[in-house]
Design a protein around this ligand. Sequence first.
Ligand SMILES: Nc1nc2c(ncn2[C@@H]2O[C@H](COP(=O)(O)OP(=O)(O)OP(=O)(O)O)[C@@H](O)[C@H]2O)c(=O)[nH]1
Ligand SMILES: [Mg+2]
Length: 488
Amino acid sequence: MTHPDQDNTAFKSGIVAHLTTLLSQGCDALGSAGGDLTDIAEQLRDMVNRPPRVAVVGRLKAGKSTLVNALTQHHIAATGSLECTMAVSLYSDGAPARAEVHGLDGEVSRVPLRDGPLTDLGRPLDEVSHVHQFLPNAQLRPLGLIDTPGTATLTVENEQRTRRMLIDGASDTRRASEWADSVVFLSDSAPREDERAFLSELGMTPLTLVSVLSRADSFGEGAFGERDPLDFAREHSGRIEKELGGAVYRVIPLSGLLAESAFTGRVTNDLARELASLAPLNREQLLDVVELDDPGRIVPGFTAEQRNRLLDTVGEYGVMAGRAAAASGGAVALAGWMREVSGVDTLTRVLVEDVRYYAVLQRAVRVLDELAELSTSHPNREHVRWVQSVTLAQPAINLVMLYRSYRDTFSSTPDSRLLPLLRRAINAASAAASVGLPRDAATPEIRARLDQELGELQQMAMLPLSAAEDEARERLIQEMQRWYRELG
Ligand SMILES: Nc1nc2c(ncn2[C@@H]2O[C@H](COP(=O)(O)OP(=O)(O)OP(=O)(O)O)[C@@H](O)[C@H]2O)c(=O)[nH]1
Ligand SMILES: [Mg+2]
């Protein structure tokens, strides 16, 4: 099933490339005036030129680091029931592999990276702002990642670290290049009150916020319950998506554990063989294998060590439901099954094809906001205004302004009836799409629909609208008129 926003990948990647060039040129022009504008422009240029970044946030032990490993297909982040992510960690594609530890004092120190997660920061945690790791990793090319310490009232310090980075970083120009342009929120249920408050502070829109129902493989009663936990989690995600009423882009059920293990080489032939040996067991026998001190009493020769390794790698659900794949096609079939049921491909597609586009629009808005601010406050405001006017005159900036309108309307009037119209306009690659018609709709039909919708927008002038809605209405009218002209 294709999601309505999901049908124009080529259009979106074209816009991403075009906006990147355009904004990068804007930054060059801004910096050419010298003085502190050079530094400001450099920060903005870094932000514009790096791949957009997605921050992974959520409660303690929600599975954030496991997801980072699954998305990069590498064991780069420490995970486990005892291992807590203490520092905010940025991951970017880059060679050679290296880690920079950024201190709160502005000092940056290099620490060596060996195979596997970084364990020693080389300085006390409370002096560290964040760690930036560069790894030669193709998965990080379209989208960089930020792993964050769990947010929970129990761990005030962790929460502060995450806040400092994601919230302060959003308002501080000097830190624009460290900022997250989109967020994945992990939770085992709909966001709680405190989580909603935290999320709303991040300055995202429903287009740059994806919710993940994590640990989907142990959802409900888990692997040995009546219902298949993944099925249940899928159904539940649909329900949360409705409940949130468009406040997040999607709610995606995910088993990070199955995805991580499938991608990081943990599914070996030995492991698959051991799992396959459990295939003939019935549910009760399998439960015994999972729970008894000595599983050899059920399957002769099967050791507790083998059982624990299986549980660590594929979890109870993998043991229960992955046996058939392991028995029929060994490690390859098992890893393929794990990847498929984990939900990671859906999440990757949503992040890389959709959210990446909105993230680029979001940071373009940030550049425009920055220019607007400088155009009133900076001593060399004449120069800034020139850069601003040249940038704003570019046709592709239309989409950025529509996105800004969407952001402002959402934050002032979250139930505005203009939001779906703005969302459609931001995604429209053709006149037909701009009014919700199929690509091959006939011109007279498109024209009639544009007429009708323009009429409705004009009428809205009579209604009480918020300032953001007023602006959104104007922009939508301009956009529809532009499509009208394009029809000839
Ligand atoms: N069954 C199951 N276990 C998972 C899943 N994802 C993570 N886990 C386990 O949950 C534990 C915590 O996972 P992490 O990825 O370290 O969680 P985190 O959110 O990074 O934790 P903090 O950084 O301490 O907040 C580990 O033992 C993982 O193996 C999942 O999808 N299913
Ligand atoms: Mg972690």
